[in-house]
Design a protein around this ligand. Structure first.
Ligand code: CTP
Length: 452
């Protein structure tokens, strides 16, 4: 190998070989468990590897593995009995066989030692109880995992009331896995979820864990299945009351569904991007509050934007993401109402107002229109080519090429809000094609129009 050739990260098999060596030196009984085994069998990538270790040898195995893999010291979480070792491309987590549950009023799990069998029975779904030894052979100690994986069913190893009470987040995990993997829920899961829906409320389950599941569901391949299952499980009301309120809100005109049904279709019609999916989820949440007797929803874009901001703050999304989603909700009607009569100035104003979110706004508009019987979906194609055109204009007409200092100097005024107003006005005139988009032309216009 040449000296400068990059060393490629170890494969899953290489990690297994080192695990095997460490376990045999320490005479530790250990298996790979959970998501890695499930995903290998499903042919899906799963870089992180969980190792369950019997007889409390988890930390020793982690240390020896770390040495053999030439990795740093394991990060040890004494309280949880877990240790993590990072090797390039993989996070390997060692867990002593244990039973873990959340008391009804605490978000800190109660952890105690357990046999391997008990450990597996206390896990979330049978498809996550499969074991793989370090030679790559799969074992199914509970005898349900393989069959459920093949039948593509999510089933709890114990009574779902017990499994979900141990950790209520598992209700959302079930729906998330169904949406990600295209699996069905075993029939006993939805009734248990309906009974335990209140347990999802904080402080038992942290908002961050809920939001993380919600993001994963929405960017999955089947977001509509996720939303429908949340509804059927009565969990929608608990985590997305704004969206739940759209149920049964009828709409006339070109609409074929109630607001909730339309929302589900719109979400499913967007690309797999977290911002545009949440934009679609919230785009019509302002409708229930603005429904008029004549079937109109005046101002639902503005009201909806505020509601989306509130919901995403509650879910503790990063502010940058909140701002982007809120912009999509606020502007979602603009491209939908496009018509060929729009001036180039109007097209430029849309490009300016959407800024970096323009691509997502157009994707949302296409999905919004496709989720109804709205005529002339092709008009968005026309708008898109006009947008492409104004975005490539050189020099750009999306802003006036002067700054505040120019305005202060030419108009002999003090810096203040008036400067901003004039600059805004100049921008509008450049966008409308009244002034040429170059500095000299703008400055000349400014001098010759003292009443601007
Ligand atoms: N687990 C559980 N209950 C939870 C979370 C996890 O029983 N609330 C168990 C499952 O056996 C799971 C394993 O811990 O397979 C690892 O959890 P995690 O890494 O969160 O999930 P994965 O199954 O690996 O899948 P993903 O990474 O897609 O979440």
């Amino acid at each position: 190998m040449g000296a400068n050739q990059p060393i490629s990260p170890p494969t899953g098999e290489e990690v297994r070989r080192l695990l095997k060596q460490a376990a045999s030196e320490l005479k530790a009984r250990a298996w790979i468990v959970g998501g890695y085994v499930r995903d290998v069998l499903l042919g899906r990538a799963h870089p992180d590897i969980d190792v369950v270790v019997e007889e409390g040898k988890g930390f020793d195995l982690a240390r020896r593995f770390a040495q053999l893999a030439a990795a740093g010291q394991p990060v040890i979480f004494e309280r949880f009995g877990t240790a993590q070792v990072s090797v390039p491309g993989h996070l390997v987590e060692f867990v002593s066989a244990r039973a873990e549950s959340y008391a009804a009023d605490s978000r800190k799990p109660d952890v105690r030692e357990a046999t391997l069998d008990e450990d597996l029975r206390r896990r979330d779904f049978t498809i996550n109880t499969l074991l793989m030894d370090f030679d790559g052979n799969v074992h199914d100690p509970l005898g349900r995992g393989r069959a459920d994986l093949e039948a593509r069913v999510l089933r709890t190893p114990a009574d779902p009331m017990q499994t979900f009470a141990d950790d209520p987040l598992r209700m959302l995990r079930a729906i998330r896995f169904a949406a990600q993997l295209g699996f069905d829920l075993a029939p006993e899961l939805l009734p248990a979820m309906r009974k335990l829906k209140d347990r999802l409320a904080s402080p038992v389950v942290s908002v961050e864990r809920v939001a993380d599941e919600l993001r994963k569901m929405l960017v999955s391949e089947r977001p509509s299945q996720a939303l429908e299952l949340l509804d059927q499980a009565d969990l929608l009301e608990a985590i997305l009351p704004e969206v739940a309120a759209c149920k049964g809100v009828q709409q006339s005109g070109y609409h074929t569904h109630d607001v909730f049904g339309h929302t589900v279709l719109a979400v499913a019609g967007t690309p797999r991007d977290v911002i545009v999916r949440f934009g679609a989820l919230f785009h019509d949440v302002g409708k229930p509050a603005t429904a008029g007797p004549d079937g109109t929803f005046l101002g639902h874009d503005v009201v909806g934007a505020e509601m989306a901001a509130g919901a995403l703050q509650r879910l503790r999304f990063p502010q940058k993401e909140i701002d982007a989603v809120v912009l999509l909700v606020r502007l979602h009607l603009r491209p939908v109402f496009y018509s060929s009569e729009w001036t180039d100035g109007a097209v430029r104003r849309l490009a300016r107002d959407a800024g970096p979110q323009l691509g997502r706004l157009m994707a949302l508009a296409r999905a919004d229109i496709a989720a109804s019987a709205y005529p002339h979906p092709e008009k968005l194609g026309e708008l898109q080519s006009r947008l492409d055109q104004v975005l490539t204009e050189r020099p750009s007409r999306l802003a006036a090429p002067v700054d505040g200092e120019d305005i202060v100097r030419v108009r002999r005024i003090r810096p203040g809000p008036e400067v901003g107003r004039i600059k805004q006005r100049l921008t509008e005139l450049v966008m409308d094609g009244v002034i040429d988009p170059n500095r000299e032309a703008v400055l000349a216009y400014l001098e010759s129009h003292p009443d601007l």
